[in-house]
Design a protein around this ligand. Structure first.
Ligand SMILES: [Zn+2]
Length: 73
């Protein structure tokens, strides 16, 4: 189920994207981990490291991303 809506990045307003198994070699026994990342991370996004996760399901990761507190102005 990948239909969950992802809010834009609260730091730069860029689109969010799902990712998983960012470190399959470091954690070979974890079959799948879900992350939500800012697609501008490392480029125009002011947050150097920006993701939520790992989560067991994409729905949980999406929920955590969408309910994260916004940064102060
Ligand atoms: Zn961003």
């Amino acid at each position: 189920m990948k239909a969950a809506h992802l809010l834009p990045c609260p730091f730069c307003g860029g689109p969010a994207a799902e990712d998983n198994n960012l470190y399959p070699l470091a954690f070979p026994k974890v079959p799948t981990e879900y992350f939500i990342v800012c697609t501008n991370a490392g480029r125009t996004c002011p947050a150097a490291i920006l993701f939520v996760g790992p989560c067991a399901t994409f729905a949980e990761a999406a929920h955590r991303w969408n309910t994260r507190a916004k940064p102060p102005p």
